[in-house]
Ligand binder design. Structure first.
Ligand code: NAP
Length: 316
């Protein structure tokens, strides 16, 4: 590892962090080394990262001491939280605080905080266009990340705030893909009307984060929003139709209907899509495809992502 700049990567066995680790390891001459943080260094995914050349270390974002050790001596730290593992905004905020503290103690030179908008800046709790959830949030998994931004600035950390986009991989892993309707036709159901949804291949988030670490100082103190493409539901359905060789139609539903779907987090996601729909110019404007491509020239379009992944989308 020697004189390489070590990047400590939280969530290294997951989507965003995994993309970053792979990007570092695939660019061995650039002077960076990957330190992969995991709760289980013996897991298959962790061992695979070690085989690829990453330094694998044990850490848990719920254990501040483990983070301190894992960040020690690092040049950079990639910080992400895991809302869907616990559905607790308060836990996310505590985890962000622990990561910020550990980065401060380690005197890390560059932090990337994977964040999202605090939607309450656009939709105050008094705005009843969407329900308030858990007593003080509109979009809990967004609001907590945005609220946590100040934890990094308050400590004077050299931070880049990375605004991410909807993963197209949700069509594979998160149950968001096309489903058969009563007439047997596949439908992509989203409460977005004719508005555009910024989306990205999850892997490319980490690859863009690597681009930010490489560019270094010019991104410190900045908010950078990334997407692979901004697409309407109609456009995504047309691309899915082409890639799957089966008709997929776009089924736009009101956000209230989406909130009522009943799966865990449906209310949070219904509010999220409504926020993206109602503040579409601001939301899309904050996520720049050209900036993302400048950070990672291999950035995938939706059709490129589908060419590699359509066969992995569960349809029945
Ligand atoms: N889905 C989307 O469209 C989307 C879009 C934008 C942002 N996001 C946000 O992305 C975040 C999740 O990032 P991701 O998708 O990269 O996660 P992910 O793929 O679910 O990866 C989670 C990884 O994090 C590790 N992890 C979980 N709990 C941990 C803990 N307590 N301490 C240390 N490591 C822990 C696990 O690794 P080990 O088991 O090896 O420890 C796991 O492999 C969420 O907060 C979500 O809101 C999602």
């Amino acid at each position: 590892m020697g004189d390489k700049k070590v990047i400590a990567v939280v969530g290294a066995t997951g989507a965003q962090g995994g993309g970053l680790v792979r990007a570092i390891l695939n660019d061995a001459q650039a002077g960076f080394a990957a330190r992969a943080l995991t709760r289980d260094v013996g897991s298959e995914k962790a061992r695979e990262l070690a085989r690829m050349g990453a330094e694998v270390v044990a850490a848990d974002v719920d254990d501040p001491e483990s983070l301190k050790k894992a960040f020690a001596g690092a040049h950079g730290a990639f910080c992400v939280t895991f809302y869907w593992a616990h559905f607790s905004p308060e836990k996310e905020i505590a985890q962000a605080a622990a990561m910020a503290r550990a980065a401060k103690d380690a005197e890390v030179r560059h932090v990337i905080w994977s964040t999202l908008e605090d939607t309450r800046r656009w939709v105050p709790l008094s705005d009843d266009r969407m329900p308030t959830l858990m007593g003080k949030y509109k979009v809990p998994h967004f609001d907590a990340k945005g609220e946590a931004n100040h934890l990094f600035t308050d400590l004077g950390l050299p931070t880049t705030f990375l605004l991410t986009s909807f993963y197209w991989d949700n069509f594979i892993h998160f149950g968001s893909g096309p489903k058969k309707g009563p007439d047997g036709t596949l439908a992509l159901t989203l409460p977005m009307d004719d508005k555009k949804l910024p989306g990205i291949a999850a892997n490319d988030i980490g690859a863009c984060a690597y681009g930010i670490f490489k560019k270094g100082p010019e991104y410190i103190g900045k908010t950078v929003g990334i997407a692979g493409e901004h697409l309407t539901g109609e456009r995504m359905a047309a691309s899915l139709t082409k890639a799957l060789g089966r008709e997929v139609r776009y089924n736009s539903v009101p956000p209230g209907v989406y909130r009522g779907f009943g799966f865990p987090g449906a209310d949070d996601l219904g509010n999220m899509f409504q926020f993206k729909r109602d503040f579409n110019d601001a939301f899309c404007g904050a996520r720049n495809v050209e900036v993302a491509r400048s950070l990672y020239p291999g950035l995938q379009t939706f059709e490129q992502w589908l060419a590699r992944n359509a066969g992995r989308i569960p349809l029945e």
